[in-house]
Design a protein around this ligand. Structure first.
Ligand code: SF4
Length: 459
């Protein structure tokens, strides 16, 4: 059976796809290679959320081909779905497979494998085959397997481990796709409509992870608050969480991100009622200016967002509250940027993820006039990051002296400093005095702040 290597890019959702693909390939008897140079096939799982994500993927493909011109590269993921022809032109690319056909990659690899007698079934015939400018190593043409992403109903999911050297907190993707059309966002075009993993599958996967000894599990999705609206009978996200609490032994569940208008009183009260749900809300904000929010086709205004933050604070005074913010959306004026800064300043955010606007083909925002010059966007992004650092530091200071239940992330690699990294329910990163194994619960008292961490001792 062939050997494979998966080169991963992108967000947790794309990484979850990569993990699901790896599971499928292993189940079929393929062997995972520890490096691309020794694999029969390299699958490049791409992201396309920004122009620089596209550039990174192209660069990786060129490097793979230069290092080993014989390797057969299959490119998949969001970039493959958005602009397959661009990828077909790259040297060494044998196949480009859209997200629409990603679940069929294992069969494709099996059929292409020299050891296999089978051929591609009719369902796997390429929708089109294009001769690239530069002929790939072992084929006359590079081929394309892509279809209408909005027809995609499959949601393969496998827990993802890793990230920041941390293998103790698996992420489970339970929802994919998005029915919204934010004007800057390419995701709906490359991931299709919202679809959810049925609750019984979610519960089975979570219980397996819990029984395997994982104490904290992260639930992720592209638009998690819309979980279950596609299922029949429809399931509300809050109800899914209640069922998980009731039917699994998961000790701590964290949700990766949720749109502000899905943060309703019921949900916040549920979080306040149990320590098994991490006190952590990541709610994309994008802008504090109502005019820009309207241009972005976001469905709330600053005032609505602020009310959701107040609701969280009222019930969970120590919760982590984070947001995504975009600097330099087309037409954003200095005054509107200042409005966003003031809005953020006034609210108890504990961290921000700041993005510079990146023009994505096919989105509405790409055709808006008054694109903000790159230098101005960068300056605004710097200002937002600096504001975010100040707010994060203030939050860390507010936690000094508190006793926190933390989970160690990995065994300390610094026996001299003798400190073990850990994470709290409210998403604080701590260094705990002493050497502890990974994945261990500790009750600690935070006593100092150092860089982006709190220093703590076992209570
Ligand atoms: S909610 Fe908006 S930003 Fe989020 S994935 Fe959907 S379209 Fe993109």
């Amino acid at each position: 059976m062939p050997t494979f290597f998966i080169e991963q890019f992108g967000c947790r959702a794309t990484q979850a796809d990569g993990a699901a693909l790896e599971r499928q390939l292993l189940q079929r008897g393929c062997t995972s290679s520890s490096e691309p140079g020794t694999a029969d096939f390299v699958v490049v799982n791409t992201c396309t959320v920004t122009a620089s994500a596209d550039a990174q993927a192209r660069d990786a493909i060129r490097k793979l081909h230069t290092a080993n011109p014989r390797v057969r590269v299959i490119v998949t993921g969001c970039y493959a779905q958005r602009a397959p022809e661009e990828l077909l032109q790259l040297p060494g690319v044998a196949w480009v497979v859209g997200n629409s056909h990603k679940p069929q990659i294992p069969e494709l690899i099996e059929a292409l494998s020299p050891q296999q007698k089978s051929s591609l079934s009719s369902g796997f015939l390429p929708v089109s085959a294009i001769t690239p400018a530069s002929t790939p190593a072992s084929r006359d043409t590079a081929e394309l397997l892509i279809g209408d992403i909005f027809e995609q109903k499959t949601l393969l999911t496998t827990p993802v481990f890793g990230g920041e050297g941390n293998h103790t907190r698996p992420t489970l993707k339970i929802q994919d796709g998005c029915n919204s059309r934010c004007s800057f966002c390419v995701i709906p075009f490359v991931r299709g409509r919202s679809r959810s993993l049925p609750p019984e599958d979610v519960i089975r996967e979570l219980q397996r992870l819990s029984e395997a000894g994982y104490h904290e599990i992260v639930l992720s999705g592209i638009n998690l608050g819309t979980y279950g609206r596609d299922l029949s009978p429809r399931v509300e996200f809050e109800d899914l969480l209640r069922r998980i609490l009731e039917k699994t032994s998961v000790e701590r569940l964290r949700i990766s991100s949720i749109e502000p208008m899905d943060v309703r009183r019921d949900l916040v009260e549920l979080f306040a009622s149990t320590e098994r749900l991490a006190q952590h809300f990541h709610m994309p904000l994008q802008s504090g200016s109502d005019r820009i929010l309207a241009q972005m086709h976001r469905w709330y205004r600053a005032e609505h967002y602020a009310r959701r933050v107040e609701l969280i604070r009222e019930h969970l005074p120590h919760a982590a509250i984070g947001a995504d913010v975009i600097a330099g959306f087309p037409g954003e004026t200095e005054a509107e940027h200042a409005t966003t800064m003031a809005f953020i300043e006034a609210l108890p955010f504990t961290y921000l993820h700041v993005f510079s606007y990146s023009k994505r083909p096919a989105t509405k925002a790409a055709s808006l006039r008054n694109q903000v010059p790159g230098a101005i966007t960068k300056r605004r992004a710097r200002a937002l990051r600096s504001l975010a650092e100040g707010k994060a530091a203030a939050f860390r200071r507010s936690q000094l002296g508190r006793t926190l239940r933390v989970l160690t992330l990995r065994a300390s690699t610094d026996p001299v400093a003798s400190r073990t990294p850990a994470i709290s329910s409210n998403y604080l990163h701590l260094l705990v005095k002493g050497l502890f194994p990974s994945n261990r619960w500790l009750n600690v008292t935070a006593n100092a702040s150092e860089g982006t961490h709190l220093l703590a001792e076992v209570s």
